[in-house]
Design a protein around this ligand. Structure first.
Ligand code: G16
Ligand code: MG
Length: 213
């Protein structure tokens, strides 16, 4: 039986897509790089460094390691500024009720996010104490689609992957959950429903029944 549900953060618990987009756009504009909503879609669920690499590759620009650090730091400063606007009303529809119901069923919950800002975001949402484990993104060696972050979440809970369900909005994340050998639940139009054990278009449609088995 399912003992834990492991959630992705951005796109599942809250949505900071627009904030990421604005910060990357500002960086791109500063350097005269092309960047639009379409390229932004490719950044869903992947790490900060990988995201910058996608933008650089698109513009056929190469940078030094030092510049890589500088650009990702600058983007993060701008992103963090907009996170100040975040509050509990930015929790996605149905999520508070779902977490409450999972607790009633004595199911553990965890966060498996690529974001190094995850603890700060959870704090802004008032959800710091709502999960049994939050994987430290800075300790994850291989980002999604590698299963590492989901495997680490199960490990932190002291469970086998086969006892967990993963919930994701990004196709890289769905691959990660599948390769971690967990039940795979997809959210939104960016993931292929055919690759998921269950799929909903909106977080409001997530039910305990589709998460547990
Ligand atoms: C989130 C976003 C990604 C972002 C990544 C890293 O992942 O979906 O777009 O690049 O975090 O964020 P940061 O720059 O804060 O470390 P997830 O896994 O929560 O969907
Ligand atoms: Mg996500």
């Amino acid at each position: 039986a399912c003992k834990a549900v492991i959630f992705d953060l951005d796109g599942v618990i809250t949505s900071t897509d627009e904030y990421h987009y604005r910060a990357w756009k500002r960086l791109a504009d500063t350097h005269g790089w092309e960047f639009d909503e379409k390229i932004n879609q490719k950044l869903r669920g992947i790490s900060r460094r990988q995201s910058l690499q996608v933008i650089l590759d698109h513009n056929q620009v190469s940078v030094t390691e030092e510049q890589m650090q500088e650009f990702t730091n600058q983007k993060n400063i701008w992103y963090r500024e907009s996170l100040e606007e975040l509050s509990p009303k930015d929790i996605l529809p149905g999520i508070p009720e779902l977490l409450e119901r999972l607790k009633q069923h004595s199911v553990y919950t965890a966060i498996a996010s690529a974001s190094r800002n995850a603890p700060f975001i959870l704090d802004r949402l008032g959800l710091s104490d709502s999960f049994d484990a939050v994987v430290p993104a800075s300790e994850v060696v291989q980002g999604k689609p590698d299963p590492e972050v989901f495997a680490r979440a199960a490990d932190m809970l002291g469970l086998y992957p086969e006892e967990c369900t993963g919930v994701e909005d990004a196709s890289a994340g769905i691959t990660a959950i599948k390769e971690a050998l967990m039940r795979t639940v997809g959210v939104g139009s960016a993931v292929d429903p055919a690759l998921c054990d269950a799929h909903v278009l909106d977080t409001a449609d997530l039910t305990v029944d589709m998460l547990l088995w």
